[in-house]
Design a protein around this ligand. Structure first.
Ligand SMILES: Cc1ncc(COP(=O)(O)O)c(C=O)c1O
Length: 283
C-alpha cells in the first residue's frame, strides 16, 4: 500500500479499555458519530472460537492505524471467553462479532460483543454461489481497504447491488482494473492446477481465511500465485472460490455471465481439497 498513514496525526490515547461488554454506547463515541472503530467476525465452533490470534493481529494492526488502544492478546482472549461463558449463544457453529469503538478524547474505547447464527446452508456449498463484477472500483489507495473498520457502508451498498442483480456476492476490481476482492470475502481461482489470488496491494482486506488457505495450499504442495489478475483471468479459470471466516471455502458456480461446474465432494478439485484442509485445520 502506498497510501498515507493517517494515524500519525492522531493522538494515541491511553485510556483503559472498558472490560465489560457494553450495549449502551454513548452518542459521543466516534463509533456512533463516524463509524470510527474496528471489528472482527469470528467463527465459533463446538470447541470454541477459531483463529483468534489471526483476528487479534488484524485488529491490532487497525488500532495502530487508528490510534486506539487494545488489550494484550491474553486479556482480549479472556474477555471473549468470559462473554461466551456468561451469555446465551446460538448452537455452534455461530458468529461472534467483536467491535472496538473509537471512543473520544473524553471516552475510552469500548469492546462490544454479540453473537448470531451463520446463514450459509449445505446447498450453498453443494451448488456453489454466483458472483458478479461491480461497476464501481475498489480504491486500493484507501486506508480503509486493508483495515476491518466499522465504516462498512461501501461494502454493504456494493453487495446490495450484486444481490439485486440476483448474485450472492459482488467482486471489486481496483482503479487499475485488476481484481481485488468480494464485498465480504477474498477471491481465489484455480488455473491449470495452480492457485491464484489477488495480492493484498490490489486492495484486499488481509482475510484470516485467505492467509490460512495460502498456508494450507503451500503445505499441500500447491503452487500459489498472489498477483495482479484481470476479469478474464477469473472467467477463464477452472475453479473459483471465496473465503471468509464464517463461510470458510465457498465454491463459485457463476462469475458474471460465465458458469462453472461445481465439483462434487468426492471429486479432486482444489476447491474441495482446500475446503477439507481448512475444516481439519479448524477442528
Ligand atoms: C471486504 C472483505 N474482504 C475479505 C474478508 C475475509 O476476511 P476473513 O477471512 O478474515 O473473514 C472480509 C470478511 O468479512 C471482508 O469483509
Amino acid at each position: 500500500m502506498t497510501s498515507k498513514d493517517y494515524s500519525q496525526n492522531l493522538p494515541v490515547r491511553n485510556h483503559p479499555i472498558q472490560n465489560q461488554p457494553i450495549q449502551d454506547l454513548p452518542i459521543q463515541d466516534r463509533l456512533v458519530l463516524f463509524g470510527y472503530g474496528l471489528f472482527e467476525t469470528i467463527r465459533v465452533e463446538e470447541h470454541g472460537p477459531t483463529c483468534l490470534e489471526r483476528h487479534y493481529q488484524r485488529m491490532q494492526q487497525g488500532t495502530l492505524r487508528l490510534g486506539l488502544d487494545m488489550p494484550h492478546f491474553s486479556d482480549w482472549q479472556k474477555l471473549i471467553h468470559f462473554y461466551l461463558d456468561e451469555n446465551p449463544t446460538p448452537t455452534p457453529p455461530y458468529a461472534l462479532r467483536l467491535t472496538l469503538s473509537g471512543g473520544s478524547s473524553e471516552l475510552p474505547s469500548r469492546i462490544l460483543f454479540h453473537t448470531r447464527t451463520i446463514s450459509y446452508t449445505p446447498a450453498h456449498y453443494a451448488h456453489g454461489v454466483g458472483v458478479n463484477f461491480l461497476s464501481a472500483p475498489r480504491n486500493e489507495f484507501s486506508p480503509l481497504c486493508s483495515l476491518k473498520t466499522t465504516n462498512y457502508l461501501e461494502n454493504i451498498l456494493a453487495r446490495e447491488v450484486a444481490q439485486r442483480a440476483g448474485f450472492f456476492e459482488g467482486l471489486w476490481c481496483n482503479t487499475q482494473g485488476f481484481l481485488a476482492e468480494g464485498t465480504m470475502s477474498n477471491l481465489f481461482f484455480v488455473q491449470a492446477g495452480e492457485l491464484h489470488t489477488p495480492s493484498l496491494s490490489c486492495g484486499c482486506l488481509p482475510g484470516t481465511r485467505r492467509e490460512l488457505v495460502l498456508e494450507l495450499a503451500a503445505s499441500l504442495g500447491i503452487t500459489v500465485h498472489e498477483g495482479k489478475f484481470t476479469r478474464s483471468d477469473v472467467q477463464q479459470a477452472d475453479e473459483v472460490f471465496l473465503t471468509n471466516a464464517l463461510m470458510g471455502v465457498m465454491p463459485v458456480n457463476q462469475v458474471g455471465e460465465i458458469r462453472f461446474p461445481v465439483a462434487t465432494e468426492t471429486g479432486s478439485s482444489l476447491t474441495h481439497k482446500l475446503k477439507k484442509a481448512l475444516l481439519i485445520a479448524l477442528t
